[in-house]
Design a protein around this ligand. Structure first.
Ligand code: F6R
Length: 609
């Protein structure tokens, strides 16, 4: 996955492109490049490594000009190197391309193009696009890009610039995001709005198989047959400050702190202050549709998958509908049992994760209705589902997902309560208690964030330990898995999440004095059983940190350290438990790695299978 940006307007392009790339760096950061139309010729600059390397190599001698394209890369075809960094150019150097996605038939195209005399300078799939466009170019860049797009299999968002057409940039997309930003006498093209939010919030989301030609004050969209298509502009409600670090050392820490606000925004309009009922118009299912549901399949990856595990517990308990949760990359290959009485719930922060999208398509092909839970307006998941429930988390820039996770949980609780309300599967007093508890969650999250000194102290004590084991029972199994994932991905420490009852079937063998166990011991049906599990770990000289409720005195007799969270309904507790676990991973990582926001080998959105 990569980030792309294009600019055409009245200002110097390079600082705007660099700024845009900084906002997109979460999408990939192994090399970067930009190209500016400078004094009638295309000036390309590239550097392997993070964006800072590119910045350093252009700042003493920047390319002058007000039209340009930029790219930040997460390697798929070809190792990170200057040659493989984008932009890529055709043989003449008159056409240059930045690309996000994977061109699946690139080898075949490359062989054909080389056979016709084209000279390649990189190992990338992208370069075939530059040479194909060169072949079709006869003075009209939009039509050359259109013809080339017809030849490409796979996924792409392209932004193309031609030396001979200095007044336009051309974009095209299939399955990878591309959005146009409409400024005042300037126009942007980018993988996502955060690249240009400081200049404009008026956007056009480009659809699949559409080619867009932009000048500084005009935008035209075409289908692949060349017919002009209309698409209205929209105004996004994110502002530039939401995509800045705002005084925090890392985006991750800022995003952890944004959770009370994000939870409130996600609840707004769905649960009103009178707490009377849940309204979910975005779900786009009639009451009849809801009553007909026989099973639910949840499709997600990574952190979103962990949210779906909590969602399963909540929906099964409240709605008595069987729920299957599936790691999206497995779903399509196992011929899942899905039919027109199945509801697919697709959970994806980005709405662009390819495994999740493919799972969504598979569920729809088998007749299911689909509802997307996503953070990105106009994303693929949103567009391809029958209904969409947005998590109003705001832009999530850190690679490790935090506020997206807790807002996904919030939406899943709202879904569970809404389905139960329509199907009449819980009595009103229980529903009212859950609605009231839901309403309290943002304030309780604030309480955790007002003082987490115990977490910081624990991180200082344990950051050089060899491994972390997270154990929990019931719905907090999701918390254990998510806590372990956070630790692995940003601190690079081996960590496992386990159902506590399973400890004695294997993992307990790993316990020794260099291994920390984090036990989720909030009030629950299985509280006493967790205490027993803690005893078993202590008996084997393991260190135990418990995450427990504020007034729980008992726990101090069992665990070495206690991290407190306010008490809520067991079913809702994963929202609160998530926060200290995120902070724990964050502070352990700060003690070990300089790359908390951009951990090695990862990218924010995985648009490759
Ligand atoms: C972990 C993380 C990933 C994502 C996963 C799915 O912190 O961020 O595991 O959760 O790649 O991404 P989305 O939600 O965009 O589909």
């Amino acid at each position: 996955m990569c980030g792309i940006v294009g600019y055409i307007g009245k200002n110097e392009a390079w600082p705007i492109l660099l700024e845009g790339l900084k906002r997109l760096e979460y999408r990939g950061y192994d090399s970067a490049g930009l190209a500016v139309l400078s004094n009638g010729a295309i000036d390309v600059r590239k550097a392997v490594g993070k964006l800072k390397a590119l910045e350093a190599c252009i700042k003493d001698n920047p390319p002058a000009g007000s039209v340009g394209v930029g790219h930040t890369r997460w390697a798929t075809h070809g190792r990170p190197s200057d040659e493989n960094a984008h932009p890529h150019t055709d043989c003449s150097g008159r056409i240059t391309v930045v690309h996000n996605g994977i061109i699946e038939n690139y080898l075949e195209l490359r062989t054909e193009l080389e056979g016709r005399g084209h000279k390649f300078t990189s190992e990338t799939d992208t370069e075939v696009a530059a040479h194909l466009i060169e072949e079709y170019y006869a003075g009209d860049l939009a039509s050359a890009v259109r013809e080339a797009a017809k030849k490409l299999d796979g996924s792409f968002a392209l932004v193309v610039m031609a030396q001979d057409e200095p007044r336009c940039l051309v974009g095209a997309r299939r399955h990878s995001p591309l959005v146009v930003g409409l400024g005042d006498g300037e126009t942007f093209l980018a993988s996502d709005v955060s690249a240009f939010l400081r200049y404009t919030r008026r956007v056009i989301y480009v659809d699949d198989d559409i080619v867009v030609s932009v000048g500084s004050s005009d935008v035209r969209l075409f289908d692949l047959d060349g017919a002009e298509v209309e698409k209205a502009a929209e105004t996004v409600d994110w502002d530039a400050a939401m995509a800045e670090r705002g005084g925090y050392d890392h985006f991750m820490l800022k995003e952890i702190h944004e959770q009370p606000r994000a939870l409130r925004d996600t609840m707004r309009g769905r649960l009103n202050p009178d707490l009377a009922r849940i309204e979910l118009p975005g779900i786009n299912l009639s009451e009849e549709d809801i009553r007909r549901i026989e099973r639910i399949v949840m499709i997600a990856c990574g952190t979103a998958y962990h949210a779906s595990i909590a969602g399963k517990y909540a929906i099964e308990e409240l709605c008595r509908i069987p729920v299957e949760v599936d790691v999206a990359s497995e779903l399509r290959y196992r011929d899942p049992i899905i039919d027109e009485r199945t509801l697919a719930i697709v959970i994806s922060q980005s709405g662009e994760t390819i495994d999740t999208i493919v799972g969504l398509r598979e569920a729809k092909r088998k007749g299911a209705k689909a509802v997307a839970v996503t953070n990105v307006v106009g994303s693929l998941a949103a567009r391809e589902s029958d209904g969409v429930l947005y998590t109003y988390a705001g832009p999530e820039i850190a690679v490790a997902s935090t506020k997206a996770y807790t807002t996904q949980l919030m939406v899943l609780y709202l879904i569970a309560l809404y389905l139960a309300q329509v199907r009449g599967t819980i009595d009103e007093s229980r529903a009212a208690a859950l609605r009231a508890a839901l309403w309290e969650l943002p304030g309780q999250a604030e309480v955790i964030l007002n003082d987490y000194s115990e977490v910081v102290k624990a991180a200082e004590r344990y950051y050089c330990f060899n491994g972390f084991l997270y154990m929990a029972r019931g719905i907090n199994l999701a918390s254990a898995l998510e806590g372990a994932l956070k630790m692995k991905e940003i601190a690079y420490i081996h960590a496992e999440g386990y159902a506590a009852g399973e400890m004695k079937h294997g993992p307990i063998a790993m316990i020794d004095p260099t291994f920390v166990t984090i036990a989720i011991a909030v009030q629950s049906k299985t509280y006493d059983k967790i205490l027993n599990n803690i005893k078993e770990v202590k008996a084997r000289s393991g260190e135990v940190i418990a995450v427990a409720n504020t007034h729980d005195e008992t726990i101090t007799n069992y665990a070495d350290r206690v991290i407190r969270v306010p008490q809520t309904e067991e079913l809702l507790s994963p929202v609160l438990v998530a926060i200290p676990l995120q902070l724990m991973a964050y502070y352990v990582a700060c003690n070990r790695s300089p790359n908390v926001d951009q951990p090695r080998n990862l990218a924010k959105t995985v648009t490759v299978e």
